[in-house]
Each structure stands twice: as C-alpha cells, then as structure tokens.
Design a protein around this ligand. Sequence first.
Ligand SMILES: Cc1cc2nc3c(=O)[nH]c(=O)nc-3n(C[C@H](O)[C@H](O)[C@H](O)COP(=O)(O)OP(=O)(O)OC[C@H]3O[C@@H](n4cnc5c(N)ncnc54)[C@H](O)[C@@H]3O)c2cc1C
Length: 414
Amino acid sequence: MPEKSHTVVVGAGVVGLAAAAALVRRGRAVTLVDPAEPGSGCSYGNAGCFSLASIVPVGMPGMWRKAPGWLLDPEGPLAIPPRYAPRVAPWVFKLLRNSSIHRVRRIAAELHSLLSPALDHWRPLADWAGVPELIRRNGWAVVYESAAAFEADRLGWRLRAEHGARIEFLEGAAIRDLEPALAPAYTHMAYLPEQGQCLNPLRLSQALEATLRRQGARFVKAPAMDFIFRDGRVSAVVTGAGPVDADHVVIAAGAFSKPLARRLGDDIPLETERGYHAMVKTGQPPLGRPVMSAEGKFFATPMEEGLRFAGSVELGGLKLPPNFRRADVLLKKGRAMLPGLDTGETTQWMGFRPSLPDSKPAIGPSRRAGNAYYAFGHGHVGLTAAAVTGEIVADLIHGLRPAISPVPFRPDRF
Ligand SMILES: Cc1cc2nc3c(=O)[nH]c(=O)nc-3n(C[C@H](O)[C@H](O)[C@H](O)COP(=O)(O)OP(=O)(O)OC[C@H]3O[C@@H](n4cnc5c(N)ncnc54)[C@H](O)[C@@H]3O)c2cc1C
C-alpha cells in the first residue's frame, strides 16, 4: 500500500469527519465529498449526548402494544405521515421482528461493545481538533411522571445495569436536589453519572473540519453520484464536480447512503427516523446535565448556545417537508418540564436519523467492491459512536483487525 494512499469519504457528517480524522492521523490522504456544509446534517441538531449506555434498541418487547397509542396522539413521540406509511411498513415489520427479548438482549450486548468505549475515543479526537472543552462528563438522567411509567422501563434499566452502567434511582425531593429547575410532576429519576455530552455538536464537527483541512484533507462540495469500477474495486467516485480517484472509499452519507450502497451491491434496509429540536437561546441553561422525559421521549440538553429540546420520531422518509408542529410540541413539553424557563428566543430544526431496523449501524466492506466500506445507519447514537466507528473503518482499510469486532455490524447481515 503506497504511503499516501488516497481515501474518498462520502459524507462529512460527524461519522464521515471522524473516519477522515482517523485516516489522516494515520498518514492517509483523504478527500471528503459532500454537497452541504460539514456537520450541518443530522450531526448538527441532535440532543448532544454521549450515550455510552444507549444500548437498548428502538424495537423493544411489547412495543407493538404501545405504538398505536403514540400514533393516535397528535402530540405523541411517534408519527407516520399517512402518505409514507406503505413505504415504511416493511421496515417497521423488520423492526418488530428484532424486538423479541432474545434479539434485544443480543443487540444490547453488541451495542455495548461499540458504545462503551465511545468517550475513550472521543477525548483524544476532540483534543486533536483543539476543542476538548466541548466534551463534558456530568452524566444524564431520565425522569418519569409515575411509578407505573418507571416500572414499564424496567427491562431497559436492567439491561444497562447488566452491562455495567452506573445508575442511581432517585425519587421525590432527591430529584430536585440534583436538578432544582425540574417541575414537581416528576416522581422517579434514573441518573447515569458516567454518561457524557457535547456542548455544541456543530462546533465539534467544524473543529474536525478545520483540523482536517490544516492537515491536508481536501473537501469537494458536491454530491457523490456513482462509482467507476475496475477489477472488482472502485477506482473513482463520480461526483457533481467530476470524478475523484480513490484507492479506498468510505460511504458515510447518513440517511442518504442507501442508493450509494445499492450501486456497491448491497440492498440495505436504511430508513430515516426524522427528529426535531427546539433550541431556546438562554444565557444560563437551568439544567446541569441532559435530562430526558420518559413519557415525552425528548431530551432537554444544556448547551453553549442555550437549552435544546430534541427528540421525536417521524417515519416520513427523505422527501416530505418537515412538520414543525412537532418542534412546537417539544417546546410545549419542555416548558412543562422546566416551568421557570424563559423561552423568548427559539429556533427549530428537523434532521434525518439514519436508521436500520435492528438499531445497529452498518460498518464494513461492500459486497461488490473490496475497497469500499460502509459507516452509516447509526440511528439514535451516531454522535456517540462516530469516533469508534472512524477507528474501526481506518483499521479495516489498513487490513488490521479492529479492537472492537465489526462482525455484529456487518452490512451483509440483512
Ligand atoms: C433529534 C435527534 C436527537 C439525537 N440525539 C443524539 C444524541 O443525543 N446522541 C447521539 O449519539 N446521537 C443522537 N442522534 C443521532 C445522531 O445525530 C446521528 O446518528 C448522526 O448525526 C449521524 O451522523 P452521520 O454523519 O451518519 O449523518 P449526517 O450528519 O446526516 O451526515 C451525512 C452527510 O452526508 C451528506 N450526503 C448526503 N448525500 C450525499 C451524497 N450523495 N454525496 C455526498 N454526501 C452526501 C449530507 O449532506 C450530510 O452532510 C440524534 C438524532 C436526532 C435527529
């Protein structure tokens, strides 16, 4: 392999940027191809949690009983626009097939292997990018409005505890001792002191971009559209700005990766769980750490620029316009969570979570081209898993056996 072998990374979200950084730090020449500003997609508007303990998949036992109630509630956490329902039905079916207790236990163990070392990889990467201050390890918490709601989540907490997560269960006044601004409606809290958060996900991506540029990485502001194949390998990525020669390719285009993977020989059941946020510009966010409402299924995260209410799952595909009513609902529920909050100046956002029906990403080689690798489909945990994923991809490209086994994330598992 020539010393400055050239890798083209398709997609400059946090996953593509982290993969590019891992390669550049190992002496590789890298070109990132993206029609948008780096980090401006899903990686911009998320809840900012480094969720080492988010090993519980989206599809859980008994979910099919709860989902109709969520769907019928116009302010519920799950929505499927009727126009998109027939398209997304096979994906939902696959998700339900992955929600047996047997499958859930296995997925939790596999996600644990990917997520538990996340901060060990993020810290050196943030140092390299010159922004160590963006990573804070002050824990996060989940709050409940009733004992019954808390009991309904027992399985998830048991799984996390079995995999070594430190969890403190608080009730009543102890909740307000930890987070005094929370409404008195909350009766139960699970507090996970070892979890982390990013104080500004966009600035993190921008710092990675700036450092990559300084280290010689090239950015092509155009979409990747196709590939040129030679002898069972990709020899160039065809972009809107012309072909870019490649010794290796990484597909990290988030929710938009499916047609690219198809050209590379893989039919991967990638969908998008669209999510929303409402960002309240407030000088001093009234929370010491991210707090999630279990009933509302949203996070309230204190960030550099204010307080972000982020969540919601809308199975609406890539083309329908956003329904910002869902961000309004997040703000309404956020106000109820934090009654004293001044919500004067707020902004709204919608983004595309890249989601696979078993809640695990696709990391590994393509079927058709031995030098093309996937790094997409991280769903609810892409910020957390980006740095680890980057290291795995860099190991694979170098022909090394990754420290974290990529076998559970094989793209050909579907
Ligand atoms: C509301 C919400 C809250 C979330 N909270 C958290 C959280 O707290 N913690 C966590 O870990 N994760 C969270 N996530 C998930 C996380 O944000 C995503 O998993 C992650 O951002 C995915 O990163 P990515 O780089 O794969 O995708 P993206 O950030 O979407 O990047 C993909 C890039 O590919 C580019 N692209 C698209 N098509 C092409 C093409 N043809 N050619 C070239 N480039 C292309 C896009 O322009 C984009 O820049 C949340 C998501 C949402 C929506």
